[in-house]
Design a protein around this ligand. Structure first.
Ligand code: CAA
Length: 283
């Protein structure tokens, strides 16, 4: 099956980034959010990112306008009828995702693939509310989407080879590298990344070193582009906590217990860069 038209649900940081890379790669894109305001905000970020690409000579003004011209507005999930592939990037709550998937299943064309950008929720459980579990799959993009090369493609229990192949081919057209994984808590990315971040928070909590020292060890010693505490702020501490809880609940293994300091910061509303304060303070 050839994918030509992509619908992205959610115009936030992840959904906006996904819509941008799809439009740049020549796909027709329907970008959906619950309000016009949310859509306009998302489109504004995409336009700014593309303008920066023009300034940096990565693309021409014509390329930018062509990409923007391929994106159309939607505030209604029934617009899914036109899409070959739908990529859901709404909030990370199972009830909300299942409700969206029920509606998408009703409106989308019979051949359409329904995918989710979830960072940790089980694909199989999302697929189970649809009548097409063979055509449901995870497409986990990394933040910032326009920069990061990986798309972790997650097969649910019922995902067919045909669905997997269509999504892998499409990911390559985005100039990204697809990696195939199976549906277990945290997949591969967050099963490896989040315990590292959580352990960095434990070293801070236990007074082993300052936040700057912990980040310097990992940046200068391991060549990570960001230290784990800075990266946690960038991802969002609420997201980090929720992923640790998914790992803890999913495996029942105490090695995944979230650090009490992480919980405390989230309860205080210190969510990282997006709230202006996490481990570091942002102006
Ligand atoms: N959107 C688009 N482009 C962006 C961007 C964004 N949000 N942020 C940075 N960039 C671009 C910049 O424009 C810049 O491009 P130019 O060189 O053309 O100017 C380039 O990226 C590098 O940016 P900077 O020079 O400002 O800063 P940097 O060298 O520190 O790079 C970074 C920034 C790419 C974010 C880098 O710090 C990095 O790779 N950090 C780690 C990111 C990471 O680990 N992401 C995964 C998070 S986990 C996840 O997403 C999944 C999950 O489920 C939680």
């Amino acid at each position: 099956m050839e994918i030509k038209h992509v619908m992205v649900i959610g115009a936030g940081q992840m959904g906006g980034g996904i819509a941008q890379v799809c439009a740049q790669a020549g796909f027709d894109v329907t970008l959906n959010d619950i309000s016009e305001e949310a859509y306009e905000k998302g489109l504004g970020v995409i336009s700014k990112n593309l303008s920066r690409g023009v300034e940096k000579s990565r693309m021409t003004e014509e390329d930018k306008n062509a990409a923007l011209g391929r994106i159309r507005k939607s505030t209604d999930l029934s617009d899914a009828k036109d899409a070959d592939l739908i990529i859901e990037a709404a909030v990370e709550k199972m009830e909300i995702k299942q409700s969206i998937f029920r509606q998408l299943d009703e409106h989308a064309a019979e051949h359409a693939i329904l995918s989710t950008n979830t960072s940790a929720l089980p694909i199989t459980e999302i697929a189970a509310v649809t009548k097409r579990p063979g055509q449901v799959i995870g497409m986990h993009f990394m933040n910032p989407v326009p920069v990061m090369k990986l798309v972790e493609i997650i097969r649910g229990l019922a995902t067919t080879d045909e669905t997997y192949q269509a999504v892998e081919d499409m990911t390559k057209k985005l100039s990204k590298t697809p990696v195939e994984v199976n549906d277990y808590p945290g997949f591969v990315s967050n099963r490896v990344l989040m315990p590292m971040i959580n352990e960095a928070i434990f070293t801070l909590y236990e007074g082993v070193a300052t936040k700057e020292a912990i980040d310097d060890v990992m940046k200068l010693g391991m060549n990570h582009p960001m230290g784990p505490l800075q990266l946690a702020d960038f991802i969002g501490l609420d997201t980090c906590l929720y992923i640790m809880e998914v790992l803890h609940d999913g495996f029942g293994d105490p090695k995944y217990r979230p650090c009490p300091l992480l919980r405390k910061y989230v309860n205080a509303g210190w969510l990282g860069k997006k709230s202006g304060r996490g481990f570091y303070v942002y102006e």
